[in-house]
Ligand binder design. Structure first.
Ligand code: ATP
Ligand code: MG
Length: 257
């Protein structure tokens, strides 16, 4: 039975998609069966893993709005063990369309329940907002992974995010946990990055992953080639650190059992 992890932060550009694609790919390379769910209308996970949006028959929109079975939307990637439910721009209208539907917050949860037994991990790449798509993701998940960029204002907005997590825990998903906090785009040449790490560790303590993701040009190049870092440049620092993160995620889960 899959563990479902929402990768979320309503702040834009903090590394949610980079983490979804590369953590997913690394978990798959370690032998896990992984499903990436793209629930961001930008569809960056979809294109970043090499799926041509023009070829997508059913996307997450059809699952959420038209009751399409998730198995009819899942597509394979060039990495064995890694599948994707793609998102296209069609999803942009979904939040408004869902407002008037019954059980609008649990639509993703119900859908993923149908394929949960086929995977070890399901990773959901959330949009940069706290709207209904993110609420659906938090409701469907066992835990939340929060990427935080090592920049000024890193902690800004986090109380809103944690408040949303608490609200979901209270009303929609009592067992939702914080999986971990991931520091991203660290630049060792600046004092600022080090300060942010200290601040985040003070706030989240043992929830912060030991693996810290540095700025790495190869990580930013890989999506334009439609590849995860482990196939684009397996020897890069980016590949090394995301593999480390994948091992950490697996170890945490084993320790929790
Ligand atoms: N460790 C890294 N080193 C260098 N560039 C990175 C790194 N992580 C992410 N990037 C780049 O930073 C940009 C933002 O990253 P990403 O798309 O993963 O963030 P996001 O949180 O998903 O953004 P959005 O909120 O728009 O969905 C992208 O261009 C990405 O390639
Ligand atoms: Mg993104």
């Amino acid at each position: 039975m899959a563990k479902i992890i929402a990768i979320t932060n309503q702040k834009g550009g903090v590394g949610k998609t980079t983490t979804s694609v590369n953590l997913g790919a690394c978990l798959a390379s370690l032998g896990k069966r992984v499903l990436l769910v793209d629930i961001d209308p930008q569809g960056n996970t979809t294109s970043g893993i090499g799926i041509n949006k023009a070829d997508v028959e059913n996307c997450i929109y059809d699952i959420l709005i038209n009751d399409v079975h998730p198995r009819d939307a899942i597509v394979p990637t060039n990495i064995p063990g890694l599948n994707v439910i793609p998102a296209t721009i069609q999803l942009a209208g979904a939040e408004i369309e869902m407002v008037s539907t019954i059980s609008r917050e649990v639509r993703l949860k119900k859908a993923l329940h149908l394929v949960k037994q086929d995977y070890d991990y399901i990773l959901i790449d959330c949009p940069p907002s706290l709207g209904l798509l993110t609420i659906n993701s938090l409701t469907a998940s066992d835990s939340v992974l929060i990427p935080i960029q090592c920049e000024y204002y890193a902690l800004e907005g986090l109380s809103q995010l944690l408040n949303t997590v608490r609200l979901v825990q209270k009303h929609l998903n009592t067992t939702l946990q914080i999986e971990g906090v991931l520091l991203t785009m660290f630049d060792a040449r600046t004092n600022l990055g080090i300060q942010v790490i200290e601040e985040v560790k003070k706030y989240f303590q043992q929830k912060v992953y030991q693996t810290i993701i540095p700025r790495n040009v190869r990580l930013s190049e890989a999506p334009s080639h439609g590849q995860a870092i482990i196939t684009y440049d397996p020897r890069s620092k980016g590949a090394e650190v995301y593999l480390e993160l994948a091992k950490e995620v697996i170890t945490y889960e084993q320790a929790a059992r």
